[in-house]
Design a protein around this ligand. Structure first.
Ligand code: NAX
Length: 325
């Protein structure tokens, strides 16, 4: 039997936490032969709800689940962790601007970055979901100087999957036949949905699709899908977000499919004009756990203009939290 891997989930009593923990314990993320220990972090007020999550996980009788640790102490939650999902964060309240949200959440990611630095496995992989995810990843990684920045990512996979699903539905194929979609930049409404390199059943997507549909249906649908879910459900996407995190980690611990890439927000080392260090979503190929940005793709002038908007947003977020970096 393989040695268990430790997976830490923050905000584990929340909506996404509730949806993702059974999938991890079932083996969907790290493999159906990989035992796991779950370490679940919450704020003190949510510990009773977290106890119930632990009870339900126990009641699933998952063969791979070795242990469930629940705690409100980051140093306990991140002890020896191999994979960390930073989901817990404060939601955007009424009247809060994006800058207020940044300010409210920054201290959480400072504290957790430090705890990861001091207690996690040296080759931990950290995926940040809590919004604003890209900048929270920047804060967490900046506060974990002993862990390589390449071990941090912000989740953009939900946006990627949304685009893949729309293309598959439109053309009547399985999602597995859609490849090489790109989401660039920030996990926000400024994200750039790019299908110039996308393929459907091995053929260029743009040969099969009407450009009007791409511009006026696909792109706004992907960009506004999260807001539509909130409007209908009264809460943000949870099942699809949990699934996207599972897919992202599964690929990151393994490899992306042949002849395909995925969108991941990694710390830029200057690719595609993004400032070094900003967590910027780009096309990424993973080989045996090692992510590599696909470089050198030619981009249209229009695409460049949109990239500038999402880049400027990320720069202003970084400037707003500079004192936490
Ligand atoms: P919930 O409000 O249901 O759950 C958040 C949980 O985090 C709560 O249980 C809360 O007690 C806990 N929490 C707060 N501060 C904490 C701290 N310091 N340590 C540990 N736990 C803490 O939100 P949920 O729907 O689960 O969403 C969580 C985050 O994911 C939000 O920031 C949300 O905006 C973000 N999302 C990010 C997505 C992405 O693609 N990157 C997509 C889905 C989602 O919108």
């Amino acid at each position: 039997m393989k040695k268990p891997l430790v997976v830490t989930v923050t905000g584990a009593a929340g909506e996404i936490g509730y949806a993702i923990t059974p999938s991890i314990a079932f083996g969907a993320m790290l493999g159906e032969d990989q035992p796991v220990t779950l370490k679940l972090l919450e704020i003190p007020a949510a510990l009773p709800a977290l106890e119930a999550v632990k009870m339900e996980l126990f009641d699933c009788a998952f063969p791979l689940l070795q242990e469930v640790v629940i705690t409100d102490k980051p140093e306990v939650a991140f002890k020896d962790c191999d994979a960390a999902l930073l989901i817990g964060s404060r939601p955007r309240g009424p009247g809060m601007e994006r800058s207020d949200l940044l300010e409210a959440n920054a201290p959480i990611f400072v504290e957790q970055g430090r705890a990861i630095n001091d207690h996690a496995s040296r080759d931990v992989k950290v995926l940040v979901l809590g919004n604003p995810a890209n900048t929270n990843a920047l804060i967490a990684s900046s506060n974990a100087p002993d862990i390589p920045v390449t071990r941090f990512s912000a989740m953009i996979r939900l946006d990627h999957n949304r685009a893949v699903a729309q293309l598959a539905y439109k053309t009547g194929v399985s999602a597995a036949e859609v490849s090489k979609v790109i989401i660039w930049g920030n996990h926000s409404s400024t994200q750039v949905v790019d299908v110039h390199y996308a393929e459907i059943g091995g053929r260029p997507a743009l040969e099969l699709l009407d450009v009007e549909w791409v511009q006026h249906q696909l792109i706004p649908e992907v960009q506004n899908r999260g807001a539509r879910v909130i409007k209908l459900r009264g809460k943000s996407s949870a099942a699809s977000a949990a699934n996207a995190a599972v897919y992202c980690m599964r690929d990151w611990f393994g490899s992306t499919p042949p002849d395909d890439w995925v969108s991941m927000a990694l710390a830029s080392s200057g690719q595609y004009g993004a400032d070094e260090g900003l967590f910027y979503s780009m096309p990424v190929i993973v080989e045996d756990g090692d992510p590599r940005v696909v470089e050198g793709l030619a981009l249209s002038d229009t695409c460049h203009q949109f990239l500038q908007v999402t880049l400027d947003e990320l720069r202003s977020e970084r400037d707003a939290v500079r004192k936490y970096l």
